[in-house]
Design a protein around this ligand. Structure first.
Ligand code: FAD
Ligand code: NAI
Length: 464
């Protein structure tokens, strides 16, 4: 065999799996169909979206908060080309970083479409065609945007997140189908730059998989920057004529709305990507939702083939894919790794940020579990007043009898980084009182975490 492990796909799942395999001494290769490594996350996902979120946030602050801070500047203008170019540069630095890591770890990189010839042989169709053999294969081919059967995405006006990261003009009115993570993040970018943004969401809440309080609070904040929401609406038709798009939707009472705009972003989820992979040649089974079927050890039905990341069940998140990459590499070496899927945090990089780990209040109710909830608002924090970031709250859910923390939900400044403390606490099965009795530096946003724990444990926050 040419290799001990071949990884197909170089996203956060694939490249991390390859690095861990190499660290463990396995002769490893990785195959990527595009010219750059890093997958969706680095090229058209996490990194570019965060670059545009940061740039647009600076613009928003220059326009709206500088004056109050005592900084007088002429009315700022957006240079969209520069903003997009900077984003491209950030992507370039990150994808080149992966080239460096492959090189450093002596991982052979093949560019081209990988497809199974049989369970140990992969055909690579790149600049040249070649076949390589491997004892083990890890499928990490990720996902692509999903759409609706009646929408003909033209990638010009009817777009997915990929095109929304590359627009040449600021939309006048962007209509977004789907109020999930992509809808609120990319909607925020353009709302801050001056677009009118309308979100049509099928369910009754935005970011519906998160704790209900988070969706309600975020909706209030986004309305403040000009978002309009059509919740509980089913899209029935999407048309484009020249530069105009029309979206028709219907609510549960059968009432119709017709929205007219210049761009329509479809962000209704992503589908696992296995096109052209030749799974049938290796005998690998898929589940009824088109994902590669794996067991709890991320093994497919074929003994030497594993699958990880967006192409398998579970949350479509970069850090989930990374954990699975490490898990499979260590499993191949006979180690006994473990992933606690309940403690994979979810973050939405809007303003305010939203971050969550563990159970939501809705899930605990559904389970019939007795729980207590402690909340603490950012507006009661000295740190938040100092920076004028007073929107948001921390909510901690704890078992009513044992006080064990069951969920941490934060909306507010720096929530994305703060949630790591919730993950640590829950990994070590801390009680709310454990958190409440630890010293938290003053003045910090983390004091809201301690105060929410005090509220959860004995309903005795100090500053409220
Ligand atoms: P991918 O990153 O999709 O990588 C798969 C790779 O496999 C691709 O490069 C693809 O070209 C390659 N490939 C596919 N088939 C073949 C083949 N046959 N041969 C060779 N190569 C192949 N997640 C977060 O955690 N945080 C975020 O902030 C975040 N932001 C996002 C923003 C946007 C706009 C989007 C779209 C997604 C975002 N995500 C975020 C989700 C995240 O990008 C994915 O969960 C993550 O990339 C999944 O990693 P993966 O390795 O499974 O697959
Ligand atoms: P999503 O699953 O987060 O949201 C899709 C939304 O569309 C849901 O609210 C759903 O109810 C709604 N929807 C579905 N069908 C609809 C229809 N016909 N009409 C109206 N609404 C409809 O998916 P999204 O936003 O496309 O993102 C894809 C994936 O990428 C997610 O799984 C997410 O985890 C990941 N991602 C993660 C980010 C992060 O971690 N910060 C950022 C962006 C994406």
């Amino acid at each position: 065999m040419d290799y001990q492990v071949v990884v197909i796909g170089s996203g956060p799942g694939g490249y991390v799996a390859a690095i861990r395999c190499a660290q463990l001494g396995l002769k490893t290769a990785i195959i990527e169909k595009y010219d750059t490594l890093g997958g969706t996350c680095l090229n058209v996902g996490c990194i570019p979206s965060k670059a545009l979120l940061d740039s647009s946030e600076h613009f928003h602050n220059a326009e709206h908060t500088f004056k109050t801070h005592g900084i007088d500047i002429p009315k700022p203008k957006v240079n969209l080309k520069q903003m997009i170019d900077r984003k491209a540069d950030v992507v370039k630095q990150n994808v080149e970083g992966i080239d460096y890591l492959m090189n450093k770890n002596k991982i052979d990189v093949f560019h081209g479409m990988g497809s199974f010839v049989d369970k140990n042989t992969i055909q690579i169709d790149g600049k040249k065609k070649q076949k390589i053999t491997s004892e083990k294969v890890i499928i990490a081919t990720g996902s692509k945007p999903a759409s609706l059967p009646f929408i003909k995405l033209d990638k010009d006006r009817l777009i997915t997140s990929t095109e929304a990261l590359e627009l040449k003009e600021i939309p006048k009115h962007m209509i977004i189908i789907g109020g999930g993570v992509i809808g609120v993040e990319l909607g925020s970018v353009y709302a801050r730059l001056g677009s009118k943004v309308s979100v049509v969401e099928f369910l009754d809440s935005i970011i519906p998989t998160m704790d209900g309080t988070m969706g309600k609070e975020l909706q209030k904040s986004l309305k403040g920057i000009g978002f309009e929401f059509y919740l509980g609406h089913k899209v029935t038709a999407v048309d484009k004529k020249a530069k105009n798009v029309t979206v028709k939707a219907e609510n549960k009472k059968g009432e119709l709305v017709e929205l007219k705009g210049d761009y329509c972003l479809v962000s209704i989820g992503r589908r696992p990507y296995t096109d052209g992979l030749g799974l049938e040649n290796a005998g690998v089974k898929m589940d009824d939702r088109g994902r590669v079927e794996v067991d709890d050890h991320l093994r497919t039905n074929v003994d030497n083939i594993y699958a990880i990341g967006d192409v398998v069940k579970g949350a479509m998140l970069a850090h989930k894919a990374e954990e699975e990459g490490v898990f499979v590499a260590e499993s191949i070496m006979g180690q006994k790794p473990h992933i606690n899927y309940n403690l994979i945090p979810g973050v939405v990089y809007t303003w305010p940020e939203v971050a969550s780990v563990g159970y939501t209040e809705e899930q605990l109710k559904e389970q019939g579990r007795a729980y207590k909830a402690g909340k603490f608002p950012y507006k009661a924090l000295g740190r938040a007043r100092a920076s004028m970031d007073t929107e948001g709250l921390v909510k901690i859910l704890a078992d009513k009898h044992t006080d064990e923390v069951l969920g941490v939900h934060i909306i507010g400044a720096r929530a994305a980084d703060m949630i790591a403390a919730g993950v640590t606490a829950m990994e070590y099965r801390a009680s709310a009182e454990d958190i409440a009795r630890m010293s938290h530096a003053h003045p910090t946003y983390m004091e809201a975490f301690k105060e929410a724990a005090l509220a959860a444990t004995e309903n005795r926050p100090i500053h409220m």
